[in-house]
Design a protein around this ligand. Structure first.
Ligand code: GLN
Length: 488
């Protein structure tokens, strides 16, 4: 192998994917940090928002987050069967950029259209780019896991850039400047992907082998679904169908849960798995529940916690009022600082044969999440006495959430690829992101309930969340003694 042409000792194609994902996440998190602030912002003033209610806006945020990750499932199918992963990423990136530029148009009418483009584009990009990372390595290449770790860094560098640039422009100059900046970021991603795509070689180039006839049939299904989808979207946008966001979010949460449940059931009963594959599937099912619960708290950062930052937190540093979204820096910066420490701790424990099992790590993630909301309850109580409170409360909350993320997220991604049934490998990323989808929509619903009555209604919802984190964490700890098959 030519070592001069590598990226931190990895195939050079990883650099192309790293930069593409970095710009995509810059645009995703940068725009997301503005979303509820824009929707709930006052309609008057120098930077008018849409003036929508908290319940409505948080529900829309939840539907958006849920849709983004749900679309990874059809996005994976399209790449596997029709486009190939490389082309899917390119088309996805272009649609995302189009979405952000649509949001940059300073009128209310194109708002939902912009969000829909971002959802569809991310569905084509997010899971497929993760799949190509894996394909850069031969079957037994043990650099794959560290390749994913480097890739996870690009996510966090991207989101740091997004919070920095989009929050500043969106909040201090005008919302649509922030959305436009996200579009420009994604455009940089598109340009570098086009320039350096050849470095990926054959990885993710070709869709699955099948007869021309079958591929044509699949393409027709796709065209038909797209036409049907745009008819429904058009009917919604032109007001022929009126959608109540909270009702829709609730139904969507049920829908996602049923889809995930049926899929697990199908795999368990009808996929012809052997006994050990079935055992691993039960393990993945438990991890799935843990992950969905985890993301329902994690995604409050751009939802209810963003509003807490805006309305009840003192954001001035030496007289300068920082943009609300800048507090979310804490997450990616802590990931970058602590990822090597967490990896070191697991390695150290592994040497002593004490490495926690996967369910135990997920339980640790959930316990940190519970702790973070305990900190928030203290902050809310303080704010009820005298608002605003210092920003250390949110920073401490994000510290615990990020420690939780490090115990759960990178490990979850590799667990699904390692322990999923081999013949269904292509769909495992989709399944993993389905947990994020459920978490996202729940985050919007819970965030809306929490903020419905100002400060007073926040603590009961956060207490409820702490309770379910604890119940699931304890269940995972108990089951970790029972299910001993798969060790990380
Ligand atoms: N922060 C990670 C990313 O953006 C994981 C997010 C998620 O799965 N909900 O890729």
């Amino acid at each position: 192998m030519n070592t001069s042409n590598t990226f931190f000792g990895h195939p050079i194609g990883l650099r192309t994917l790293f930069l593409t994902e970095m710009w995509e996440r810059m645009s995703y998190y940068g725009m997301r940090a503005l979303l509820v602030l824009y929707m709930t912002g006052a309609v008057t003033g120098f930077n008018p928002g849409l003036g929508w209610s908290q319940v409505e806006s948080q529900a829309i945020y939840g539907i958006y987050s849920g849709m983004v990750y749900f679309m990874v499932v059809p996005g994976g199918w399209i790449a596997d069967n029709i486009l190939g992963h490389q082309k899917a990423v390119l088309i996805g990136a272009l649609i995302i950029a189009l979405g952000h530029f649509t949001l940059a148009i300073p009128i209310e009418q194109t708002f939902f259209l912009g969000l829909i483009f971002v959802v569809l584009g991310t569905g084509l990009l997010k899971g497929n780019i993760s799949t190509i990372v894996g394909q850069l390595y031969d079957g037994q290449d043990d650099r794959r896991d560290s390749g994913y770790t480097i890739f996870y860094m690009s996510i966090n560098i991207g989101s740091t850039l997004g919070f920095l640039i989009c929050s500043y422009l969106g909040e201090k100059i005008g919302w649509h400047w922030g959305f436009g900046a996200a579009g420009i970021g994604m455009t940089f991603g598109v340009i570098q992907y086009i320039q350096h795509r050849h470095l990926l070689g054959d990885a993710g180039m070709h869709p699955n082998d099948m007869s021309d006839e079958k591929r044509k049939k699949y393409s027709n299904y796709l065209k038909f679904s797209l036409v049907a989808m745009f008819m429904v979207i058009g009917a919604g946008l032109f007001g022929f169908i009126v959608i109540d966001p909270r009702f829709f979010a609730e139904q969507f949460a049920y829908f996602l849960t049923i889809v995930a449940g049926l899929y697990f059931l199908y795999l368990f009963l009808f996929a012809g798995l052997n006994a050990s594959e079935r055992k691993n599937l039960i393990l993945l099912f438990l991890l799935f529940i843990g992950a969905a619960a985890f993301w329902s708290g994690f995604d409050q950062s751009a939802g209810s916690l963003n509003i807490f930052a805006r309305d009840y937190t003192d954001l001035s540093i030496s007289g300068y009022q920082i943009p609300v979204g800048w507090l979310q820096f804490a997450n990616p910066i802590i990931v970058v600082l602590f990822a090597p420490i967490f990896a070191g701790i697991w390695a150290q424990l592994a040497r002593k044969n004490l490495d926690p099992s996967l369910p135990l790590k997920f339980a640790i993630g959930l316990l940190f999440m519970a702790l973070s909301f305990f900190v928030m309850i203290l902050a809310v109580n303080l704010a009820i006495e005298s608002s605003p409170v210092g920003m250390q409360w949110l920073l401490l909350t994000y510290l615990f959430q990020t420690w939780g993320e490090l115990a759960l997220s990178p490990i979850g991604l590799s667990a699904f690829s390692r322990y999923g049934p081999k013949r269904y490998m292509g769909q495992m990323f989709g399944l993993w992101f389905l947990a994020s989808a459920i978490g996202g929509v729940l985050a919007g619903l819970l965030g809306g309930e929490a903020l419905d009555g100002g400060l007073e209604t926040i603590s009961p919802i956060f207490e409820f969340m702490i309770q379910y984190y604890l119940v699931i964490a304890i269940a995972l700890i108990v089951l970790s003694f029972v299910i001993k098959t798969a060790k990380d």
